[in-house]
Design a binder for this molecule. Sequence first.
Ligand SMILES: O=C[C@H](O)[C@H](O)[C@H](O)COP(=O)(O)O
Length: 229
Amino acid sequence: MTSNPKERAALAALDLVEDGMKLGLGTGSTAKFFIEHLGQRVRQGLDVEGVPTSKASEELARANGIPLFELAETTVLDLDIDGSDEITPDGSMIKGGGGAMLREKIVARASKRFVMIADVSKRVQTLGAFPLPIEVIPFGQAATIGEVRRELERLGYEGTDISLRSAEAGGFFETDSGNLVADLKLGRIEDPKALDEALTMIPGVVTTGLFLGCDVHQILATEDGLLNG
Ligand SMILES: O=C[C@H](O)[C@H](O)[C@H](O)COP(=O)(O)O
């Protein structure tokens, strides 16, 4: 058994996978472990298909021989396995550290069961220490950010540091949908629902990294075992 908490959580999620399932394949370093181990099982004969939540996960899944398909109007996934940047005991999350939150939300919504895998450091009592990513369309981004700032002030977040995410190769980070990501350093989010509603009402904001009200099963791992398990 591995001592890596992310891999441990991924392996625990693998136990939930059954023959014939349609799966959502998450994004990030924890989901990567899941996809790699799933690939091993597929090579041993497991019959599943997956919908990746990012181009990176698509490439990884293909390299690991996992059959892929596209979401259609009537597609219902059996199980979505994804990571998180912060999660509270009641399952509210910040996601999007890798910029994949839009596809991740679509896939989570299409799934009968949503399982979050993470190392235990992602567990928080209050969201917001991790900067909240929001996806913004490039057109009029400066005006959109101005609106975001005004909404934050209206909600009582004074002088929030807002930065457009940079790409490692230089320039701005671009999401798989060709948009930008702004990271909001809020520190503490008292009312995530009110914040999410206010931000998503702004026309240039496509979505936020807040995942709220999901019926999510949490698998949190330490070096020694699973939390509560
Ligand atoms: O956009 C990225 C996703 O929301 C990830 O699930 C999240 O950032 C967690 O990633 P990791 O497993 O690398 O901590």
